[in-house]
Design a protein around this ligand. Structure first.
Ligand SMILES: NC(=O)C1=CN([C@@H]2O[C@H](COP(=O)(O)OP(=O)(O)OC[C@H]3O[C@@H](n4cnc5c(N)ncnc54)[C@H](O)[C@@H]3O)[C@@H](O)[C@H]2O)C=CC1
Ligand SMILES: CCC(=O)/C=C/C=C\C[C@@H](O)/C=C/C=C/C=C\[C@@H](O)CCCC(=O)O
Length: 258
């Protein structure tokens, strides 16, 4: 799938991994709707991306993935502006074991919420053109990551949802591929603030640090390269791409049906 002229939506696009995904999509010729709760970071990113890639190539829309209403408005505005949606990156996420309901609401429910709204525009059975939906899950979704049980649960849920939707889409003829990015530790604010957000597992902060030390920390651009592979390679559906310091590998799952 070539990206020139394609339209993408990225949630949690203002900073960290989402910003890198958006930049690489634009570099490859896509137009990108940047959805984020952070108004100031989103606005300034849109201005700088439009200077680099041409006016109108990036569109910032303030949107909280916890809000169905805000997501619906953002997808509708994207379609009005870019003429459709070919790519969705469900990237917004937090790690906070203290406010665990919010972690579930953003990381898992937010992904499902945005996916179902995107299907209204992308599903070939509804008159859409099909496309690809990529979730930013985590190695924690294949883990477990013992210092962050709720975060692990949400990311395991995202991997399961991705794989089941991939099968449902294939069998039903939606024309949409679903894949998950599963990086280990990535240099962003999320891990910079992680030890303060362990809630009832704060006593395991040192253990979390040791796991991080053992696995190492990768850059946001390495995650964005993984996205390009999952978006452009049309054979990839239902995949979980692990991204570690030692490189990228597809997770092998047991097959129950073949
Ligand atoms: N940093 C890491 O080590 C890893 C991160 N991930 C995942 O990558 C994704 C992005 O995380 P990072 O870039 O590291 O975090 P980050 O904290 O640097 O950036 C997250 C972005 O999401 C936005 N956001 C937060 N809540 C939101 C909401 N309710 N609605 C819309 N936007 C919202 C923030 O404003 C921010 O711009 C998350 O899903 C995270 O779980 C996965 C593996 C490793
Ligand atoms: C210091 C605490 C911290 O940095 C927390 C980060 C939270 C989230 C980032 C996240 O998405 C990274 C997760 C990485 C997980 C990696 C592997 C585990 O699932 C298995 C670890 C196996 C082991 O115990 O060695």
């Amino acid at each position: 799938m070539a990206l020139t002229g394609k339209s993408a939506v990225v949630t949690g696009a203002a900073m960290g991994i989402g910003k890198a995904l958006s930049e690489l999509l634009l570099e490859n010729g896509a137009k990108v709707a940047l959805l984020d709760v952070n108004d100031s970071a989103g606005q300034s990113l849109m201005e700088s991306l439009n200077q680099q890639h041409g006016a109108g190539s990036a569109l910032f829309l303030k949107c909280d993935v916890e809000s169905e209403e805000q997501l619906k408005a953002a997808f509708q505005k994207t379609v009005e502006t870019f003429g459709g949606i070919d790519i969705l990156c469900n990237n917004a996420g937090i790690m906070n074991e203290g406010t665990w309901e919010k972690t579930v609401s953003i990381n898992l429910m937010g992904v499902i919420r945005a996916t179902y709204i995107a299907l209204e525009y992308m599903n070939k059975l509804n008159g859409g053109k099909g496309g690809v939906i990529v979730m930013t899950a985590s190695m924690a979704g294949l883990g477990p990551f013992i210092t962050c049980p709720v975060y692990t649960a949400t990311k395991s849920g995202v991997v399961g949802f991705t794989r089941a939707m991939a099968g449902a889409s294939e069998v039903s003829g939606y024309g949409i591929r679903f894949n998950a990015l599963c990086p280990a530790f990535v240099q962003t604010d999320l891990i910079a603030n992680a030890s303060a957000n362990l809630g009832p597992f704060s006593h395991l902060a040192e253990v979390a640090g040791q796991i991080k030390e053992k696995l190492g920390v990768i850059s946001v651009s390495e995650v964005a390269e993984g996205l390009m592979e999952l978006v452009t390679d049309e054979t990839k559906n239902g995949e979980a791409l692990m991204i570690l310091t030692k490189g990228k590998t597809y997770m092998q799952f047991p097959s129950l049906s073949k």
